[in-house]
Design a protein around this ligand. Structure first.
Ligand SMILES: Cc1ncc(COP(=O)(O)O)c(C=O)c1O
Length: 380
């Protein structure tokens, strides 16, 4: 046992270490031996597996979740002069790709309970220039989709956190115009990098296929029907994702157990509250996010994060409100305040969560949180 100036700490706990085993290593080796360095049969297999799992007509493997969102917006025709409504409580990529498409991001505030986009505020921001709405299923809790669909605009779901989520009993994946997943290193199916777009729309799938990569086509002479990006997924990464898909249920069960342990612990810690989960939906258990309310928890989120770090426990923040980050603040100086998102940005803290963690790791996080809470609340 190691002593730190702040007290006892038995182990250091990473935030979201990847759960990669010998199967993934062997799958990569087999891919390299197969000669497919770039996109090939494994990417195609990953697409079929995603389409089947998500009950979608089409699944298109791409280079990242960012590319999935970007290509979906471009395929829908978003461009200069258009507006796209999204949430500020997201990874900045969600807003960046709106900018890259040429359109203007318009930020709606979020709901207090789950920090997903507030549909009523989104509705109030619709103009004749609104091209699409991009909700994010934060931490794995589906956004409230019905009132967004009711706006009559294309919806591109940012489902980077929501691979296993269901909305009112229906699997996410083919419910909106496009649903975008990420295979980034921390995600529930982690390939390192990668993304998948799912859709039931033949037109959208065809448009994304044209945009995703500059293809040579069938003949020896090639042509450019559409100027493509370079956003295809290499087979080496698809091979990792395929193994991770096989482990999906086992990994989900591990994360569900970690959620239950955290739920039980934070129920006893005044001022440390998990984001709400809607019992009508199925949660992907991607991130365990708590809000730390300083008046009750005795210290700010930043103080808790620092103190946990000193005890060897890595945490993260999901998310700082995008509209307050430098480029967005400077580019849109007239952006109205979004009070719920701005307060949440000060209070959210994500705790370690990964199938790679042992129960003892999660127990160490809980013990540290309890110790800190006792210390911080005594101080007041
Ligand atoms: C909510 C959200 N959207 C989009 C992305 C972008 O995904 P990627 O890192 O695969 O480009 C992330 C990623 O990490 C994310 O958390």
């Amino acid at each position: 046992m190691r002593e730190t100036p702040q007290g006892p700490s038995t182990r250091s706990v990473g935030f979201q270490p990847p759960a990669i085993g010998d199967e993934e290593i062997e799958a990569v080796a087999a891919t390299l031996r197969s000669g497919w360095l770039t996109t090939g049969p494994r990417a195609a297999e990953l697409e079929s597996r995603f389409a089947e799992y998500l009950q979608a007509r089409h699944a298109l493997a791409v280079a990242s979740g960012t590319a999935a969102l970007h290509l979906s917006l471009v395929a829908l025709g978003a461009g200069t002069g258009d507006e796209v409504i999204t949430t500020p409580i997201t990874w900045p990529a969600t807003a960046n790709v709106i900018v890259h498409s040429g359109a203007t991001p318009v930020f709606a505030d979020v709901r207090e309970g789950d920090l997903n986009i507030d549909p009523a505020h989104a509705a109030s921001l619709v103009t004749e220039r609104t091209k699409a709405v991009v909700p994010v299923h934060l931490a794995g809790q589906p956004a409230d989709l019905d009132p967004l669909w009711a706006l009559g605009l294309p919806v591109v779901e940012d489902a980077a956190h929501a691979l296993e989520s269901s909305y009112r009993g229906r699997k996410l994946g083919a419910l909106s115009e496009a649903t975008c997943f990420s295979l980034y290193a921390t995600k529930n199916v982690a390939a390192g990098e990668g993304g998948v777009i799912t859709t039931d729309s033949d037109e959208l799938a065809a448009a994304v296929r044209d945009l995703r990569v500059t293809r040579r086509g069938d003949g020896s002479r090639y042509d450019v029907p559409v100027p493509g990006y370079k956003a295809n997924l290499p087979d080496v990464l698809a091979a990792i994702a395929l193994v991770q898909l096989d482990k999906l249920e086992r990994h989900r069960a591990a994360r569900a157990r970690q959620f239950a342990a955290y739920d039980e612990a934070v129920a006893e810690l005044d001022g440390i509250d998990p984001l709400e989960r809607d019992p009508r939906d199925s949660h992907a258990y991607h991130l365990y996010v708590v809000r730390i309310e300083p008046a009750r928890a005795g210290a700010t989120r930043d103080e808790y994060q620092l103190a946990l770090g000193r005890e060897g426990i890595a945490t993260s923040i999901h998310f700082l409100p995008v509209h307050r980050l430098t480029w967005y603040r400077e580019r849109f100086p007239g952006q109205p305040r979004l009070p719920v998102a701005e307060r949440a940005g000060e209070e959210v803290l994500s705790l370690p969560l990964s199938p790679a963690h042992a129960d003892e790791d999660i127990a160490a996080v809980i013990a540290a949180l309890q110790r800190l809470h006792a210390r911080f609340t005594r101080r007041h």
